[in-house]
Design a protein around this ligand. Sequence first.
Ligand code: HMG
Ligand code: MG
Length: 301
Amino acid sequence: MGLPKFVHLVEVGPRDGLQNEPQTVPTKVKIEFINLLTAAGLTTIEVTSFVSHKWIPQLADAKEVFTAIQKQPGIDYPVLVPNEQGMRDAIAADAKCIAVFAAASETFSQKNTNCSIKQSLDRIEKVIALAQQHNITVRGYVSCVLGCPYEGEIQLNQVQTVANALFQMGCYEVSLGDTIGVGTPLKAKLLIDTIAKVIPLKYLAAHFHDTYGQALANLYAVLEQGISTIDSSIAGLGGCPYARGATGNVATEDVLYMLNGMGIETNVNFPTLLAASNFVTKVLGHQARSKVALAALASSR
Ligand code: HMG
Ligand code: MG
């Protein structure tokens, strides 16, 4: 299979990014940030999480953020939902698309959602039933697909089982999370080979964190296999507070630079994306974790 002609970028910065920042970004700033991402031409922007405020205090303003952003037609604004309580809140906020999440590691499932994998899939089944009653679309995540911060190696057949469970329950897409960024290209290829046996490639997305600097190489490897949906985070923000040692997702700027350089379309505007990256890093008071953003900034001086 050759490289895809078009790649769909799923921006997870406002959710995966801001959930892992030590500081809580003011609601108004989050709204401006998300509006800038919309202006950049991204067509899926994961906005926030309707999770427990005790577990993720940084996103406790989920309802305010979700209702105040300027939503453009044709753009999906999914929100993360862990249980029926979160689903009811998402319905009340008029969400049209949600994301559910399960793990391929028992220990990570316990640490992140306070329940076993089986219990989390039971919860998700109830969440999806509610979503379907309200015509809300559901994206699914599997965490720890290339390794777990607590258990180390994870068997690919376990990843396959959890991914397939989400797909069979009605997720329109299953995003494979290298939560702690430990994967390397040949392992990423083996992962896709294994999952594609039960879920067609067009329903899979790669969600690779960049802890060990392998994310772009891993993405190139899976693009060659026909993956054409990539989750990324502006300025390389991100990580999960319940995954020890995890750092940010692959930076959207870096992925866009690579795809542009290979002639792969995304419909995302590079200068506007950089403006969003500069905006959020100024607010957070640290540099972008993106070589491309840093190089662009240096050459503009
Ligand atoms: P729990 O403490 O077992 O929940 O947490 P509970 O049902 O026992 O309820 C305890 C309290 O939480 C109650 O409040 C509930 O009302 C409240 P109290 O009576 O004590 O005042 N509560 C909620 N509040 C608001 N919204 C809700 C909600 N649910 C309960 N939805 C729970 C279980 C699943 C809720 C918790 O563990 C949780 O929220 N976990 C989410 C953690 C999280 O967001 N992690 C990061 C996202 S996952 C990720 O980053 C990975 C990903 O990027 C892919 C990858 O990289 O691999 C997706
Ligand atoms: Mg993640």
